[in-house]
Design a binder for this molecule. Structure first.
Ligand code: DGL
Length: 272
């Protein structure tokens, strides 16, 4: 292919972000900041949502299959899977069938273990994420000197989805969703919480209000953005940058997301 044609080919290829729902918007804001010119296709697999309540086998089959359909349609230059559940379970299966660069996520256990002063940290994720051996390995490797409490919550994921649809829940709902963490031994000494689900940075203020004590919140957003910037450093992004949201199912409540999507530069909505 002649050089100019190749440049044009490269420049028309967007970055594809993939999450079960709107959670990945918490990472998209970091990516927009790190790579302001990037063109984005953001896919929310709302037909498969919530991932946190699915089995490993179901996710390892579904995530690569949906991504293959997205690659066929949008021809991205690279894929980012900020979703902790999809990444910790299905990343190998994705890389086995997709040859593009794929940026996954790593729950931010290492920085949390470095930053804690009390030595007690919590990993807040989905039920599927917190039971992964991948998380055991991160804890053994980076946080063996800490007490690490884990809490999986489908309720918090749902509360974040509601918030981005303009439906704010009372602080008591957040407190109830955190009760299973706070009742664990040593919970009174937690000073650092890993937000190991993309949905949770979206509700950090509400979580802070429900906990009512100072907490150091740590998430993977900035790290994913740095890695994405690195793998796309040779891409010539088209001007102006574009942003589209893609859903895997038509649902009435998608219209309610328009303001939140637009705030992240996703100005059009499409369906896979
Ligand atoms: N946002 C996803 C994560 O980071 C999963 C939420 C869900 O669909 O349960 O794990």
């Amino acid at each position: 292919m002649p050089y100019t044609e190749y440049q044009e080919f490269m420049s028309s290829n967007p970055l594809l972000l993939f999450d079960s729902g709107v959670g990945g918007l918490s990472v998209l804001s970091h990516i927009r900041h790190a790579i302001p010119d990037s063109s984005i296709v953001y896919c929310a697999d709302n037909a498969g949502f919530p991932y946190g309540l699915k089995t490993e086998a179901w996710l390892a089959e579904r995530v690569p299959r949906i991504l293959q359909s997205l690659v066929a349609r949008y021809n991205p230059c690279a894929i980012v899977i900020p979703c902790n559940t999809a990444s910790t379970i299905a990343l190998d299966a994705v890389r086995a069938v997709i040859t593009l660069p794929v940026v996954g996520t790593v729950p931010a256990i290492k920085p949390a273990a470095e930053q804690t002063r009390t030595g007690v940290i919590a990993v807040l994720g989905t039920l599927a994420t917190v039971r992964q051996k991948y998380v055991d390995d991160l804890i053994n490797q980076f946080a063996s000197h800490c007490t690490v409490l884990r809490h999986g919550s489908a309720e918090l994921v749902e509360l974040a989805e509601r918030k981005l649809r303009g439906d704010d829940a009372p602080v008591e709902d957040y407190a109830a969703a955190l009760a299973g963490l706070l009742s664990q031994p040593h919970a009174d000494k937690i000073d650092t919480i890993v937000l190991a689900c993309t949905h949770f940075p979206l509700i950090e203020q509400e979580l802070a209000a429900a906990l009512d004590r100072p907490i150091n919140w740590v998430d993977s957003g900035a790290g994913i953005a740095r890695r994405t910037q690195h793998v796309t450093k040779n891409i010539q992004w088209p001007m102006p940058a574009t942003g589209r949201a893609v859903f895997t199912s038509k649902a009435d409540n998608i219209a309610l997301l328009k303001p939140a999507l637009a705030a992240c530069g996703l100005s059009s909505i499409e369906y896979l």
